[in-house]
Structures are given as C-alpha cells and as structure tokens.
Design a protein around this ligand. Structure first.
Ligand code: E4P
Length: 214
C-alpha cells in the first residue's frame, strides 16, 4: 500500500519524506488555506521535495472551469494529479481529463455507486472519505470493502485512495482490505510508529546498559 501525506504544509511533508515512507501528497482547499500561502507556490515546493503523485484540487464547480484549472495544474509538473469533486459536472470534466491523459483523483466520495461511476470514467484515483462517514455514525471502512469488491469484480484500474483517515486503525484496516493508497495526516503517521512496549523496552535496555563496564 502506498502512503501519501494529507497536508499542504511543506515542513510536514519534509518530515514524512525524511522518514522514508512517503510515496505522494494530497492537498485540498482547506489544507491550503491553513498555510496562508499561494497555491501554485506550495505545489512547486512540494514537487521539488517528493518524487510522487501530488493531488491539487480544482475549485470551479462547472465543467469548463474545472477543465481550465485541470489543464493549468497539470502543466505545473508531471506528478500533479488533478482532484475533481464527485459531481455530475465533475464527471464530465473527468471524461475529458481521461481523454487528455491528465491524471485525476475524484474526491468527496461517500457511496460505492459514486466510486463505480468514477472508475467507469477512468479516474486514476478515487478518494472515499472514511473519517467523515464515521463522524455521522456510519462505518467508513465498510465503504472501502465495498469499493474493493466492485473494482475487483470488473478489474477496474482506478486506485482506491483512502482519505479522511483519522487514526491508526483506519490505516491498518485499509491495508487489510487491500486499499491501494492511504493518505494520512502527519500526526497519524507518527502514531503508526509508536507502541508503549517499544518505549518501555528501550528505557529498560538503556538502564541495563548503564551497568555494563565501559
Ligand atoms: C484528502 O484527499 C481529503 O481531502 C482529506 O483526507 C479529508 O480529510 P478530513 O475529512 O479529515 O478533512
């Protein structure tokens, strides 16, 4: 399973990159707004750090506007993946992007039928949001299992990119269900590495080492 980091903060991207686990980056308008920086400037910096897919989201809601943004964003760097919202207008934009070989990530997916449409129109990635489903008392991971089954039934090539990951269990279950990619906040990436028995064990080893004649 590929690991993407879910942030527009370049300091966080650098840190995850240094950990050696980073395959790509996802951003969204809310994450970009948090940085207070210009979008293009951030994207140019990200592609200079990570040699992998970098999702950049369009903010137009009509097909013509989405396509204009998609073409501009995809020109910035070969690794830019254009993020398109899961709407009818978005599907129309996706169709043209697929024809023009622009890499795409369809976002805000909350139902298997939406994921089926996305795959039929040839998206590179589909982004089902597990955390936001959990937030409304619906088991988000069920959606990943359903999409995996549908995509495997018909050999769809669209990659399942699990989004809105909030905790290490989301990540573990994504891997067990065979998701292709997980996009993870830095705080959760760090949690993945932690275990209290690791900390206790290390402390004990270091304490015992003090008794070894130097
Ligand atoms: C990434 O592609 C998504 O936009 C992001 O994972 C959404 O996460 P959130 O539900 O925590 O905002």
């Amino acid at each position: 399973m590929k690991f993407f980091i879910d942030t527009a903060d370049v300091a966080e991207i650098r840190e995850a990159h240094e950990m050696g686990i980073l395959d790509g980056v996802t951003t969204n308008p809310s994450l970009v707004a948090k940085t207070g920086r210009k979008f293009r400037e951030i994207l140019e910096e990200i592609v200079s750090i990570v040699d992998g897919p970098v999702s950049a989201e369009v903010v137009s809601t009509d097909t013509a506007g989405m396509l204009k943004e998609a073409r501009e964003l995809s020109q910035i760097h070969k690794n830019i993946v254009v993020k398109i919202p899961m709407t009818i207008e978005g599907l129309k934009a996706l169709k043209v992007c697929t024809e023009e070989n622009i890499k795409t990530n369809v976002t805000l997916v909350f139902h298997p039928n939406q994921a089926l449409l996305v795959a039929k129109v040839g998206a590179t990635y589909v982004s089902p949001f597990v955390g936001r489903l959990d937030d409304i008392s619906t088991v988000g991971m069920d959606l990943i299992e359903q999409i995996r089954t549908i995509y495997d039934n018909y050999d769809f090539e669209t990659q399942i990119l699990v989004a809105s990951i909030r905790n290490p269990i989301h990540l573990m279950e994504s891997a067990m269900l065979g998701a292709d990619v997980s996009t993870i906040p830095l705080s959760v990436i760090k949690q993945l590495a932690k275990h209290p028995l690791t900390d206790i064990g290390l402390e004990r080893f270091l304490k015992d080492w003090e008794k070894v004649p130097q």
